[in-house]
Design a protein around this ligand. Structure first.
Ligand SMILES: NC(=O)c1ccc[n+]([C@@H]2O[C@H](COP(=O)([O-])OP(=O)(O)OC[C@H]3O[C@@H](n4cnc5c(N)ncnc54)[C@H](O)[C@@H]3O)[C@@H](O)[C@H]2O)c1
Length: 258
Protein backbone atom coordinates (compact mmCIF):
# COMPACT_ATOMS: atom_id res chain seq x y z
CA UNK A 1 0.00 0.00 0.00
CA UNK A 2 1.47 3.42 -0.91
CA UNK A 3 1.67 5.94 1.92
CA UNK A 4 -1.36 8.29 1.98
CA UNK A 5 -0.79 11.81 0.67
CA UNK A 6 -0.82 14.59 3.25
CA UNK A 7 -2.77 17.84 2.79
CA UNK A 8 -3.35 20.99 4.81
CA UNK A 9 -6.63 22.90 4.43
CA UNK A 10 -6.99 26.34 6.05
CA UNK A 11 -10.38 27.80 6.88
CA UNK A 12 -11.58 24.21 7.24
CA UNK A 13 -14.13 24.69 10.02
CA UNK A 14 -17.02 25.47 7.67
CA UNK A 15 -18.05 26.27 4.12
CA UNK A 16 -15.80 25.51 1.17
CA UNK A 17 -12.80 24.50 3.32
CA UNK A 18 -14.81 21.90 5.18
CA UNK A 19 -16.16 20.43 1.93
CA UNK A 20 -12.62 20.29 0.52
CA UNK A 21 -11.46 18.44 3.64
CA UNK A 22 -14.22 15.86 3.35
CA UNK A 23 -13.58 15.40 -0.36
CA UNK A 24 -9.79 15.01 0.03
CA UNK A 25 -10.35 12.50 2.85
CA UNK A 26 -12.54 10.49 0.46
CA UNK A 27 -9.68 10.64 -2.07
CA UNK A 28 -7.41 8.98 0.54
CA UNK A 29 -5.59 12.02 1.92
CA UNK A 30 -4.69 12.45 5.58
CA UNK A 31 -5.25 16.02 6.68
CA UNK A 32 -4.24 18.86 8.94
CA UNK A 33 -7.34 21.05 9.24
CA UNK A 34 -6.74 24.62 10.35
CA UNK A 35 -8.91 27.50 11.46
CA UNK A 36 -8.91 30.36 13.96
CA UNK A 37 -9.22 29.55 17.68
CA UNK A 38 -12.77 30.98 17.72
CA UNK A 39 -13.84 28.25 15.30
CA UNK A 40 -12.41 25.40 17.41
CA UNK A 41 -15.72 23.57 18.01
CA UNK A 42 -16.60 23.54 14.33
CA UNK A 43 -13.04 22.54 13.44
CA UNK A 44 -13.24 19.59 15.85
CA UNK A 45 -16.54 18.72 14.18
CA UNK A 46 -14.82 18.67 10.79
CA UNK A 47 -12.07 16.41 12.13
CA UNK A 48 -14.68 14.04 13.58
CA UNK A 49 -16.52 14.00 10.25
CA UNK A 50 -13.30 13.11 8.43
CA UNK A 51 -12.98 10.23 10.88
CA UNK A 52 -9.52 9.60 12.28
CA UNK A 53 -7.68 10.79 9.20
CA UNK A 54 -7.10 14.36 10.37
CA UNK A 55 -5.67 16.58 13.07
CA UNK A 56 -7.06 19.99 14.09
CA UNK A 57 -4.67 22.93 14.31
CA UNK A 58 -5.55 26.41 15.51
CA UNK A 59 -3.88 28.80 13.10
CA UNK A 60 -4.52 32.40 12.18
CA UNK A 61 -3.08 32.63 8.67
CA UNK A 62 -2.12 36.27 9.18
CA UNK A 63 0.82 35.23 11.33
CA UNK A 64 3.99 33.61 9.93
CA UNK A 65 4.85 31.81 13.17
CA UNK A 66 1.40 30.21 13.27
CA UNK A 67 1.52 29.13 9.63
CA UNK A 68 5.03 27.68 10.07
CA UNK A 69 3.75 25.82 13.16
CA UNK A 70 0.82 24.49 11.12
CA UNK A 71 3.15 22.96 8.52
CA UNK A 72 5.36 21.57 11.32
CA UNK A 73 2.30 20.01 13.00
CA UNK A 74 1.26 18.28 9.77
CA UNK A 75 4.78 16.94 9.22
CA UNK A 76 5.03 15.81 12.88
CA UNK A 77 1.72 13.97 12.60
CA UNK A 78 2.07 12.42 9.14
CA UNK A 79 5.78 12.58 8.20
CA UNK A 80 5.55 14.81 5.12
CA UNK A 81 3.39 17.30 3.20
CA UNK A 82 2.07 16.94 -0.35
CA UNK A 83 -0.66 19.57 -0.79
CA UNK A 84 -1.37 23.00 0.71
CA UNK A 85 -4.90 24.37 0.27
CA UNK A 86 -4.79 28.01 1.40
CA UNK A 87 -8.54 28.48 1.56
CA UNK A 88 -9.11 30.84 4.52
CA UNK A 89 -10.62 34.18 3.64
CA UNK A 90 -13.04 36.92 4.64
CA UNK A 91 -15.44 38.98 2.52
CA UNK A 92 -16.79 42.08 4.24
CA UNK A 93 -18.99 44.43 2.22
CA UNK A 94 -18.13 48.13 2.22
CA UNK A 95 -18.83 50.89 -0.25
CA UNK A 96 -15.71 52.29 -1.88
CA UNK A 97 -15.85 55.44 0.27
CA UNK A 98 -16.58 53.57 3.53
CA UNK A 99 -13.66 51.13 3.25
CA UNK A 100 -11.42 52.00 6.22
CA UNK A 101 -7.66 51.56 6.45
CA UNK A 102 -8.11 48.96 9.21
CA UNK A 103 -10.64 46.93 7.22
CA UNK A 104 -8.42 47.10 4.12
CA UNK A 105 -5.33 45.99 6.04
CA UNK A 106 -7.21 43.10 7.68
CA UNK A 107 -8.51 41.96 4.30
CA UNK A 108 -5.01 41.94 2.86
CA UNK A 109 -3.50 40.25 5.94
CA UNK A 110 -5.94 37.32 5.72
CA UNK A 111 -6.80 36.94 2.04
CA UNK A 112 -3.45 37.78 0.49
CA UNK A 113 -0.62 37.63 3.06
CA UNK A 114 -2.24 34.45 4.43
CA UNK A 115 -1.84 32.80 1.02
CA UNK A 116 1.76 34.04 0.68
CA UNK A 117 2.69 32.61 4.12
CA UNK A 118 0.96 29.28 3.43
CA UNK A 119 2.63 28.95 0.01
CA UNK A 120 6.08 29.83 1.39
CA UNK A 121 5.90 27.47 4.39
CA UNK A 122 4.57 24.58 2.28
CA UNK A 123 7.07 25.16 -0.55
CA UNK A 124 10.00 25.15 1.90
CA UNK A 125 8.77 21.79 3.20
CA UNK A 126 8.27 20.44 -0.34
CA UNK A 127 11.83 21.44 -1.29
CA UNK A 128 13.27 19.93 1.92
CA UNK A 129 11.52 16.64 1.01
CA UNK A 130 13.17 16.64 -2.43
CA UNK A 131 10.63 18.51 -4.53
CA UNK A 132 7.15 18.00 -5.95
CA UNK A 133 4.05 19.18 -4.13
CA UNK A 134 0.95 21.17 -4.97
CA UNK A 135 0.11 24.69 -3.87
CA UNK A 136 -3.59 25.59 -4.15
CA UNK A 137 -5.41 28.71 -2.97
CA UNK A 138 -8.86 30.24 -2.90
CA UNK A 139 -9.23 33.01 -5.44
CA UNK A 140 -12.62 33.97 -6.90
CA UNK A 141 -14.33 35.24 -10.01
CA UNK A 142 -13.71 38.48 -8.08
CA UNK A 143 -10.07 37.96 -9.02
CA UNK A 144 -11.12 38.79 -12.60
CA UNK A 145 -13.90 41.33 -12.20
CA UNK A 146 -14.85 43.72 -9.40
CA UNK A 147 -18.17 43.33 -7.57
CA UNK A 148 -20.25 46.18 -6.17
CA UNK A 149 -19.31 47.11 -2.55
CA UNK A 150 -16.43 44.62 -2.61
CA UNK A 151 -13.51 46.66 -3.91
CA UNK A 152 -11.20 45.67 -1.06
CA UNK A 153 -12.10 41.97 -1.27
CA UNK A 154 -11.82 41.86 -5.05
CA UNK A 155 -8.42 43.54 -5.04
CA UNK A 156 -7.11 40.88 -2.63
CA UNK A 157 -8.29 38.19 -5.03
CA UNK A 158 -6.63 39.91 -8.03
CA UNK A 159 -3.48 39.90 -5.88
CA UNK A 160 -3.84 36.20 -5.06
CA UNK A 161 -4.00 35.39 -8.78
CA UNK A 162 -0.77 37.33 -9.34
CA UNK A 163 0.95 35.79 -6.34
CA UNK A 164 0.01 32.32 -7.60
CA UNK A 165 1.51 33.05 -11.01
CA UNK A 166 4.74 34.14 -9.35
CA UNK A 167 4.88 30.98 -7.25
CA UNK A 168 4.30 28.81 -10.34
CA UNK A 169 7.07 30.61 -12.27
CA UNK A 170 9.70 30.45 -9.51
CA UNK A 171 8.93 27.07 -7.95
CA UNK A 172 8.35 24.97 -11.07
CA UNK A 173 12.01 24.00 -11.11
CA UNK A 174 11.38 22.07 -7.87
CA UNK A 175 8.47 20.21 -9.47
CA UNK A 176 5.99 22.30 -7.49
CA UNK A 177 2.69 23.36 -9.11
CA UNK A 178 0.57 26.35 -8.04
CA UNK A 179 -3.06 26.88 -9.00
CA UNK A 180 -6.05 28.78 -7.65
CA UNK A 181 -9.75 27.92 -7.74
CA UNK A 182 -12.14 30.76 -8.54
CA UNK A 183 -15.69 30.16 -7.36
CA UNK A 184 -18.64 32.29 -8.39
CA UNK A 185 -21.37 32.34 -5.76
CA UNK A 186 -21.20 29.45 -3.29
CA UNK A 187 -23.83 28.56 -0.71
CA UNK A 188 -21.77 29.06 2.48
CA UNK A 189 -22.01 31.16 5.66
CA UNK A 190 -19.85 33.80 3.87
CA UNK A 191 -22.35 34.13 1.03
CA UNK A 192 -25.39 34.01 3.35
CA UNK A 193 -23.96 36.98 5.27
CA UNK A 194 -23.44 38.95 2.05
CA UNK A 195 -26.92 38.09 0.83
CA UNK A 196 -28.48 39.24 4.14
CA UNK A 197 -26.49 42.51 4.02
CA UNK A 198 -27.71 43.35 0.50
CA UNK A 199 -29.65 46.59 0.28
CA UNK A 200 -32.19 46.87 -2.54
CA UNK A 201 -33.00 49.87 -4.71
CA UNK A 202 -35.48 51.13 -2.08
CA UNK A 203 -32.65 51.34 0.48
CA UNK A 204 -34.00 48.45 2.60
CA UNK A 205 -32.32 45.13 3.27
CA UNK A 206 -33.55 42.51 0.86
CA UNK A 207 -32.32 39.03 1.77
CA UNK A 208 -32.59 36.52 -1.06
CA UNK A 209 -32.59 39.16 -3.81
CA UNK A 210 -28.87 38.94 -4.53
CA UNK A 211 -28.98 35.14 -4.59
CA UNK A 212 -31.85 35.24 -7.10
CA UNK A 213 -29.92 37.71 -9.28
CA UNK A 214 -26.92 35.37 -9.26
CA UNK A 215 -29.12 32.39 -10.17
CA UNK A 216 -30.68 34.38 -13.03
CA UNK A 217 -27.22 35.38 -14.33
CA UNK A 218 -25.85 31.81 -14.25
CA UNK A 219 -26.36 29.70 -17.37
CA UNK A 220 -26.47 26.51 -15.30
CA UNK A 221 -29.36 28.00 -13.33
CA UNK A 222 -28.16 27.81 -9.72
CA UNK A 223 -25.45 29.01 -7.38
CA UNK A 224 -22.69 26.57 -6.43
CA UNK A 225 -22.74 24.16 -3.54
CA UNK A 226 -19.47 23.65 -1.67
CA UNK A 227 -19.06 20.21 -3.26
CA UNK A 228 -18.85 21.82 -6.72
CA UNK A 229 -15.72 23.67 -5.56
CA UNK A 230 -14.34 20.62 -3.72
CA UNK A 231 -14.56 18.64 -6.98
CA UNK A 232 -12.23 21.14 -8.68
CA UNK A 233 -9.83 21.19 -5.73
CA UNK A 234 -9.70 17.38 -5.72
CA UNK A 235 -8.59 17.57 -9.36
CA UNK A 236 -5.95 20.21 -8.55
CA UNK A 237 -4.70 18.13 -5.60
CA UNK A 238 -4.59 14.88 -7.58
CA UNK A 239 -2.34 13.40 -10.27
CA UNK A 240 -4.69 14.47 -13.10
CA UNK A 241 -3.38 18.04 -12.78
CA UNK A 242 0.36 17.24 -12.71
CA UNK A 243 1.11 19.46 -15.75
CA UNK A 244 -1.30 22.26 -14.77
CA UNK A 245 0.41 25.21 -13.10
CA UNK A 246 0.02 28.96 -12.75
CA UNK A 247 -3.70 28.71 -13.55
CA UNK A 248 -6.79 30.39 -12.09
CA UNK A 249 -9.75 28.12 -12.81
CA UNK A 250 -13.32 29.35 -12.48
CA UNK A 251 -16.10 27.21 -11.03
CA UNK A 252 -19.13 29.46 -11.52
CA UNK A 253 -21.71 27.67 -13.65
CA UNK A 254 -20.78 29.83 -16.65
CA UNK A 255 -21.64 33.18 -15.00
CA UNK A 256 -18.21 34.55 -15.89
CA UNK A 257 -16.47 33.66 -19.11
CA UNK A 258 -13.25 35.67 -18.87
N1 LIG B 1 -18.74 31.67 -0.72
C1 LIG B 1 -18.48 32.25 -1.88
O1 LIG B 1 -19.41 32.64 -2.62
C2 LIG B 1 -17.05 32.41 -2.37
C3 LIG B 1 -16.86 32.82 -3.70
C4 LIG B 1 -15.56 32.98 -4.17
C5 LIG B 1 -14.47 32.74 -3.35
N2 LIG B 1 -14.69 32.33 -2.06
C6 LIG B 1 -13.48 32.13 -1.24
O2 LIG B 1 -13.47 30.81 -0.74
C7 LIG B 1 -12.84 30.78 0.54
C8 LIG B 1 -13.77 30.12 1.54
O3 LIG B 1 -14.99 30.85 1.58
P1 LIG B 1 -16.31 30.34 2.34
O4 LIG B 1 -17.46 30.84 1.55
O5 LIG B 1 -16.20 28.91 2.70
O6 LIG B 1 -16.20 31.27 3.66
P2 LIG B 1 -16.69 31.03 5.17
O7 LIG B 1 -16.71 32.38 5.81
O8 LIG B 1 -17.95 30.24 5.17
O9 LIG B 1 -15.49 30.15 5.80
C9 LIG B 1 -14.19 30.71 5.87
C10 LIG B 1 -13.41 30.05 6.98
O10 LIG B 1 -12.13 30.72 7.04
C11 LIG B 1 -11.82 30.94 8.42
N3 LIG B 1 -10.91 32.08 8.59
C12 LIG B 1 -11.19 33.41 8.50
N4 LIG B 1 -10.13 34.14 8.82
C13 LIG B 1 -9.12 33.27 9.11
C14 LIG B 1 -7.77 33.42 9.52
N5 LIG B 1 -7.24 34.63 9.72
N6 LIG B 1 -7.02 32.31 9.72
C15 LIG B 1 -7.57 31.07 9.55
N7 LIG B 1 -8.84 30.87 9.17
C16 LIG B 1 -9.62 31.95 8.96
C17 LIG B 1 -13.18 31.21 9.08
O11 LIG B 1 -13.11 31.03 10.49
C18 LIG B 1 -14.07 30.20 8.37
O12 LIG B 1 -14.10 28.95 9.02
C19 LIG B 1 -12.52 32.24 0.88
O13 LIG B 1 -11.16 32.52 0.59
C20 LIG B 1 -13.44 33.03 -0.03
O14 LIG B 1 -12.94 34.31 -0.32
C21 LIG B 1 -15.95 32.17 -1.56
Amino acid sequence: MPEPKVAIVTGAAQGIGRAIALRLAREGFVLALADVPGARDKLDGAVAEVGGRAIAVECDVRHKAEVDALVAAAVDAFGRLDVMVANAGIAPTDTFLDLTVDAYDTLYAINQRGVLLCYQAAARQFIAQGGGGKLIAACSVSGFDTQLHQTGYCSTKFAVRSLNQGAARELGRYGITANVYCPGTVNTPMWQKMDEAFVGEDGARAPGVLTQRKIDATPLGRIAETEDVADLVAFLAGPGSNFVSGQAIQVCGGEYVT
